[in-house]
Design a protein around this ligand. Structure first.
Ligand SMILES: Cc1ncc(C[n+]2csc(CCOP(=O)(O)OP(=O)(O)O)c2C)c(N)n1
Length: 591
């Protein structure tokens, strides 16, 4: 009886998880971040696998590396900026190499759909001297992930698999047999002092191994079938990879295309031969001129970024425009037009009932003499008008540490750092220790909604459950902060608006370090909160618009009066507390 072949329409992220499973990976660890989060969420559903969220990407990477050395194929997932957090182990894991296959999945975000920058993580492969594999659709995402484990073991190296938002989140047909190859047993745990203990004496030797491996990888890159030439009829050639490949194929179906799947080290000799066959060769790549630079350094004459932007996500129009500039397309191509009409703009907003809202409204009302260092999470929306209560946002965990610096060098503005619970566990703890040991004069607000809301509600160490949904004893942030030695630590109920406001004002104006933890949970996860909605009593509403300044999507304004959408309202009562007129906003049942 033959094996049943499954054909499914799935996302790139689900395909990566299938590739991992088919590649016999039994351990996956990572930290959520769009567009990578769904990989582990899918992987956890396979039998006999361990899938877990780590508090940050460095911890996730190292857990997976440890599993590899202990003999189990493993992988770590993260968004592109997550690799900055895991860069420290990456650079040295290149030296140690692996035992069982070890793959680092980075999902980059060209266009910054949900990121603070659009760094091109192909550069990390060159920096760490490890191989880089790039799929261009969900089918390849599965197949290349599986292949990545083979490459990892063959060359004794971590392998980076780079996806992008468009590949991770788009759907494609993926055909696979449920459980075929790579059905090997785990390897034995490996103890090898020279290989895994990177004291200088060993690292000096291992660096030479890395350089030698790189030469072997260069040769392999010229041979691997995932670097392939698709013959065409044109007198020019195109070199492309990742999502850009799909646009090229759509716009230039007859072109000779060198499709790169193994992007570092580049298949330079194979490319040299390819380029020599044509009058002109143009490199079409999103973001950085990574391939173009490598080719030019090798003395290969190609064109590229002079026709295409260095920033933003590619789409069909952008690639077409570039190809026209390069004079490779003359006539208009026929395209499906998706956006014939302008879609209304939908600025991001905190959800109705979001427990972050009252805190930012209070901070806003405290005036101009506070400097608010912010962080990354749903609460970053507190920077937008009308709340406008955040003055910096750089990267996860930076709120507290930047606040330390700001509080040390000036005394005119009182410093308040605002950070979420998941972000606090990620990279906020050490900065808080920094604030404590250096006597920072600041207030730290840890918005403990007990979930990683921004990325879709993944559990964090304070949630009380793990990626598999099993209960675990939550870490109480209050206890953690107290254990550092900080004396002024308080939990507050921010729906008790007046008292919270009074307390925050007092604390922020006191000298020294204090930590305030608003404890209301997220209204969406893990349980959707929906209490009795509020209504406006039209006769009492004076149309002052104070309630509009809390930016709740449930509140609108018509005929000079506020109105509340009962379907959206969760009954948090914040609007009722900020309203200056007693009885103008009430619970529906009291009307
Ligand atoms: C290094 C890094 N990893 C992951 C992310 C993606 N990300 C942005 S905010 C965030 C955590 C948000 O959770 P929390 O701090 O609890 O705030 P909430 O969204 O719940 O308000 C994550 C995972 C990122 N921006 N940077």
């Amino acid at each position: 009886m033959g094996l049943k072949v499954i054909k499914k329409i799935i996302s790139g992220n689900q395909a990566i998880s299938i590739g991992a499973y088919k590649g016999n990976a039994r351990f996956g660890s990572g930290y959520p971040g769009t567009p990578s989060s769904e990989i582990l969420e899918h992987f956890k559903n396979y039998p006999n696998v361990i899938a877990q969220w780590a508090p940050n990407e460095k911890a996730g990477f190292e857990a997976a590396l440890g599993a590899s050395i202990a003999g189990t194929r493993s992988f770590a997932t993260m968004k592109h900026v997550g690799l900055n957090v895991a860069a420290d182990p990456l650079m040295t894991a290149s030296y140690t190499g692996v035992n069982a296959g070890f793959v680092v999945v980075t999902a980059d975000d060209p266009g910054m759909h949900s990121s603070q920058n659009e760094q091109d993580n192909r550069r990390y492969a060159k920096f760490a001297k490890v191989p880089l594999i790039e799929p261009s659709d969900p089918f390849e995402a599965m197949a290349f992930m599986q292949y990545a484990f083979v490459v990892s073991e063959k060359f004794d190296t971590p392998v980076i698999l780079r996806s992008t938002t468009r590949i991770s989140h788009s759907l494609g047909v993926v055909q696979f047999d449920p459980r075929t190859l790579d059905n090997e047993q785990d390897l034995k745990l490996e103890k090898d002092f020279r290989k895994y203990v990177m004291i200088p004496a060993n690292a000096i030797l291992r660096h030479k191994v890395v350089l030698d491996r790189l030469e072997k990888l260069k040769a392999f890159s010229n041979e691997t079938p995932i670097n392939k030439i698709e013959k065409g009829k044109t007198n020019f050639g195109i070199i492309t990879s990742s999502m850009a490949y799909n646009y090229v194929k759509e716009l230039l179906p007859d072109a000779h295309v060198f499709k790169v799947g193994f992007s570092y080290p580049m298949p330079i000799e194979k490319m040299r031969e390819f380029v020599n066959k044509f009058d002109r060769v143009v490199v079409v790549e999103e973001l950085e001129p990574f391939m173009e630079e490598e080719l030019k350094v090798a003395g290969i004459n190609v064109e590229g970024k002079k026709y295409f932007p260095y920033d933003g996500e590619f789409n069909l129009d952008i690639v077409e425009e570039g190809l026209k500039k390069a004079d490779l397309i003359r006539e208009e191509t026929t395209k499906v037009v998706f956006n014939e009409f302008e879609l209304p703009k939908r600025p991001p907003a905190l959800c109705p009932g979001c427990p972050h809202r009252p805190i930012f409204d209070i901070l806003h009302s405290l005036g101009r003499n506070i400097f608010i260092t912010g962080d990354i999470g749903c609460y970053t929306l507190g920077c937008l008008p009308p709340l406008s209560a955040m003055h910096t946002t750089v990267c996860m965990g930076a709120s507290i540490s930047m606040g330390v610096g700001a509080s040390k060098v000036q005394s005119e503005q009182k410093v308040v750092a605002v950070i979420g619970d998941s972000t606090f566990f990620h990279t906020g703890i050490q900065p808080l220790i920094d604030a404590y040991i250096n006597n920072a004069n600041m207030t730290v607000i840890i918005l403990d909604n007990r979930i990683t809301a921004m990325t879709g509600g993944q559990p964090d160490p304070g949630s009380g459950f793990n990626l598999k949904g099993e209960s675990v004893k939550p870490i109480r942030i209050y206890d953690l902060v107290k254990s550092i030695g900080i004396e002024r630590v308080y939990e507050v109920d921010q729906y008790d608006y007046e008292n919270t406001k009074k307390f925050l004002k007092e604390e922020i104006n006191k000298p020294g370090l204090s930590v305030i933890i608003p404890t209301r949970p997220c209204v969406l996860a893990p349980k959707k909160i929906k209490e009795t909605p509020l209504v406006v009593v039209p006769d009492k509403c004076i149309g002052c618009k104070r309630c509009l300044r809390i930016a709740c999507p449930a509140i609108d304004f018509k005929d000079n009066k506020a109105i509340i959408d009962e379907v959206l309202c969760t009954g948090c009562e914040v609007c009722m507390h900020v309203c200056p007129i007693e009885g103008a906003i009430v619970k529906k049942e009291e009307k």
